[in-house]
Design a protein around this ligand. Sequence first.
Ligand code: GLU
Length: 309
Amino acid sequence: MLAPAGRFAPSPSGDLHIGNVRTGILAYLWARTTGRHFRWRIEDLDRVSPGAAQRQLAEFEALGVSVDGPIVLQSDRLAHYEAACRGLEARGLVYECYCSRKDIQSAPSAPHAPPGAYPGTCRNLTESERESARRRLADAGRAPALRLATDRSERPVEDALLGTLTAHIDDVVLRRGDGVWAYNLAVVVDDGDMGVDQVVRGDDLASSAPRQALLCDLLGLPVPAYAHVPLVLNPAGARLAKRDGAVTVAQLTERGFDVWGWVGTSLGFGPWRGIDDALAEFDPAGLSREPTVFDPPPLSPAESAPGRR
Ligand code: GLU
C-alpha cells in the first residue's frame, strides 16, 4: 500500500517564477500538514529546456522542501500510458481522430457544449472513411490522435478552495497526433501509481480536474482531493510571466528580496522566515483567496538579452 501523498509536477520548460514556486510550496505545506508524503514528478513529455528539471528541484531543496520516494520522470513511463490506453481501447472507449485544430475550430459545436469543445466528428466514422482519413493525414506527414469516447459531459469534482468544479468534458485526447501521450492521461496514471491522493496546483488547471476525475473513474483509480490555488498576477492583472521582470528565486535573491517573507504574507499569514515558520503556521482555512499581484524589479540588460534562459 502506497503512503498517501501530495505532489508537485512542474514541466521542465524553463526556470520557475515566484508564482510557480509559491504554488509548489503550497502543495508541500498542504501535504505535510495533513500527514502526507510529498512526491516530485518531472512532466517532461513536452517542451524540455536542458537543465531546467534539475534547477527546479535544487531550488526547492534549497528552500528546505524535502521530497519522498524516487523522483518520477514521465519520459520513463511511456509503457504505463500505453497500457492504460490499451485497457480503455479494449473496452471500446478509444477512437482515432483525424481533425486538425482548425477542423475543430470550424466545426459546429455539439448542443450545450462550449465553443472549442470537440464535437465528436471522428467518433462514428466508417472503416472506409477512417482509411481515407489516415491516408490524407499520412500524406501530410501527420498521424491520428487518440480520443476517449465518453457519453458524459460533466463529472463534478469538489475543490477545497473553489467549491464544485463542473467544467464541460468532451472526448479527451489520450495521445496527440504527434505521438506524445496527452497531459490528462499521463497525470492520472502517474498520480495513481505514485499514491497521490491530494492535488494542489494552480487554478489555471481547475477546468482539467473533471476530465481527470472521469479518467480516474474509468481506469479504476481513486479521485484525489483537489485544491486549485490562485495564481500570482503581474501589475496589469495578467498571469505573472518571466518576461515581466526579475521573477525567479535566483534573480530575486540576488536583489536581496525576501522570498519567504513575501510567500507568507501573500498567502495571508505572517512573513515567514523559512520552511519551519511555514510548516508551523500553514492552515488551509487561513489561506488568502484573493489574487496576489507581484510587481517585479526590472531585469538587467544582461538578463533580458536574447538566448538567456
Ligand atoms: N506540469 C503542469 C504544469 O507545470 C502541472 C500539472 C499538474 O499539476 O497536474 O503546469
